[in-house]
Write a protein that binds this ligand. Structure first.
Ligand SMILES: Nc1nc2c(ncn2[C@@H]2O[C@H](COP(=O)(O)OP(=O)(O)OP(=O)(O)O)[C@@H](O)[C@H]2O)c(=O)[nH]1
Ligand SMILES: [Mg+2]
Length: 301
């Protein structure tokens, strides 16, 4: 199965809602008029496009008025173009620094540790020297989970005991990576809610300590969002962007959700590029985000 087929297979729920919905709208040779556009807007809402749905349909309406879009095929093609243009892909992580330091943050259970394992796998497979740092020191099991992944992927790990200062782990990991010549350091952090003020402040401290050891680092702060959370992810994400300078998004668990459309609202609201999407639990199931492929996967029939 190629990458596109896999993505299609994983986004089946979102696609079924959208494509079957569009087919349904034009059933019986209905003309493309205001009523149909209104129903299309509702359909986009249902697919969790949220506020983005209005803008998308307004644009379609303008095209229809000018006669540039006339029928179902035209609507599908125009919708594809409009949706692709609304997405911002961050592209594959580049590793311009040695080491490049990536801090990973997000709410509880969003998919941080799994996404880190996937990233480690990806870059180890490319021959890079990768280290993961277990800055989630609240549960011993968290570092154990990361260590299992490190073993499977061939990444090195820096960890300390339960209850250690997360910033101290970050410092040690970066320090060791600098001295031992690693290409990439990925730091796992404990999940936290945006309402937990102390924990949000802790992220800032982790960041400061990293920078003290390696000026310019962390080079990337990735916020991992749970794709099944849909619109809720936005509120959570805002707090993270306010506390720590998030540079990009990873949307995990896009498989098996009818809410793939939330990606449009998330991008609209946060203005942050999506670097990767997670489409399953195993370590190969992370894809660099490609707007064209993504829209095709939720729209093609
Ligand atoms: N289906 C699916 N499951 C995923 C994906 N990414 C993560 N998961 C699952 O989501 C659950 C939580 O993942 P973790 O990586 O442990 O999440 P976390 O953000 O590190 O959680 P905390 O450290 O507790 O905050 C696990 O059961 C993962 O297998 C994905 O892309 N698809
Ligand atoms: Mg975790």
């Amino acid at each position: 199965m190629g990458l596109f087929d896999r993505l299609k297979a994983r986004l089946v729920k979102t696609r079924e809602t959208l494509t079957d919905g569009i087919t349904g709208l034009f059933k019986g040779g209905r003309p493309l008029d205001a009523a149909l556009l209104g129903e299309l807007e509702e359909l986009l809402y249902t697919s969790d496009l949220g506020a983005a749905a209005t803008g998308v349909v307004a644009e379609l309406g303008r095209l229809a008025k000018r006669g540039d879009v006339k029928d179902e095929a035209g609507v599908r093609a125009a919708l594809r173009r409009i949706l692709v243009a609304r997405l911002d892909a961050g592209g594959e992580l580049l590793l311009p620094h040695h080491p490049t330091v990536v801090l990973v943050v997000g709410v509880n259970g969003s998919g941080k540790t799994t996404s880190i394992a996937k990233l480690a796998h990806r870059f180890v497979s490319q021959g890079k020297r990768v280290m993961v740092g277990a800055c989630d020191t609240y549960r011993a099991a968290a570092a154990d989970q990361l260590e299992v992944w490190a073993g499977r992927t061939g990444a090195a790990i820096t960890r300390k005991g339960e209850g250690a200062d997360p910033a101290a782990v970050a410092f040690d990991a970066v320090d060791r990576a600098v001295r031992e010549g690693f290409d990439l350091v990925i730091l796992d952090t404990a999940g936290r809610l945006h309402t937990q003020v102390n924990l949000m402040a802790e992220l800032e401290k982790v960041r400061r300590v990293i920078e003290r050891r390696l000026p310019g680092a962390p080079h990337e702060v990735l916020l991992v969002l749970d794709g099944t959370n849909g619109q809720n992810a936005i509120q959570q994400a805002r707090a993270f962007t306010a506390s720590v300078a998030v540079t990009g998004l990873v949307i995990a668990k896009l498989d098996g959700t009818a809410r793939g459309g939330a990606l449009f609202t998330i991008q609209d609201a946060l203005k942050l590029p999506v670097r990767y999407i997670g489409t399953g639990e195993s370590m190969e199931l992370l894809e660099p985000f490609e707007p064209g492929a993504f829209v095709d996967a939720i729209l093609s029939n």
